[in-house]
Ligand binder design. Sequence first.
Ligand code: CP
Ligand code: NVA
Length: 311
Amino acid sequence: MAVDMKGKSLLSIADLTLEEIEQIFATTEMLKLQKKTGQPHPILAGRTLGMIFEKPSTRTRVSFEAGMYQLGGYALYLSSNDLQLGRGETIADTTRVLSRYVDGIMARVFSHNTVVELAKYGSVPVINGLSDMEHPCQILGDLFTAIEKKGKLAGLKMAYIGDGNNVCNSLLLGCAKVGMDMAAAHPRNYDPPASILDEAKKIAKKTGCKIKVSSDISSALDGADIIYTDVWTSMGQDAEKKERLKAFSEYQVNEKMLKKAKDDVIVMHCLPAHRGEEITDEVMDGPHAVVIDEAENRMHVQKAILALLIR
Ligand code: CP
Ligand code: NVA
């Protein structure tokens, strides 16, 4: 039976049950097919999404905007600098007011607490379009891509090589939820937060998969079906770029690394990539990479999320 997700917010992958994730993927499959076969699907006609951005974006902005248009709705780009938010109006007042104008809010923010407050004081669904803690829409697009490429999620092994950042956090929670083993390799002091790791391990215990975090690249890659990486310096960390380049120098995803995983390994990256740093051109442009499919699937998955939360 369908799960009712209407009116819910999506701030963290942990907010979703496995049934809800499966429902998002089933809806994604349907909407992707409708788009590919040219069938109009204006199920959000007359609905408006407000999109607050505190940070730059290519994929998130364009995929939400194009997605809302395809659903018959309208998306409003709101740079935080152009809102009164940038001049000291509180998040609570902003979201109370926006909730009277729009049917949903998507926000890309620095502090995760901002999306929490937007949801707490607003009365429409809030979707996290990336915070310092999580990037749930990205990971849902990635897991959908993994199903397309591998035919399943439970029982696969994901090797995440790189920074214990927002993308890694959502992957840990997402893999745990769907029963996929995840081994993350980070340099020391770049681990994901203990709170996320504890939660992912708790979920994994129930779903019967393994979550491991270490600095051991070879053991992470051993038997991996998917290799995932992300930038070493995330948005807002530019002052640390030099020391991060040094700390992560051994963690570049290159051809040598691919040889340590399964022969049919796929390589994922949320993009934007810093080619020559966390990943080589050879791998990005090689036959194992599925990075552009992931970027495309962001749109289809987000359309499903919008349809389920707002319709
Ligand atoms: N992956 C992702 O969120 O890309 P953008 O920063 O371009 O939105
Ligand atoms: N970890 C990266 C992801 C970009 C989509 C960042 O936060 O900048």
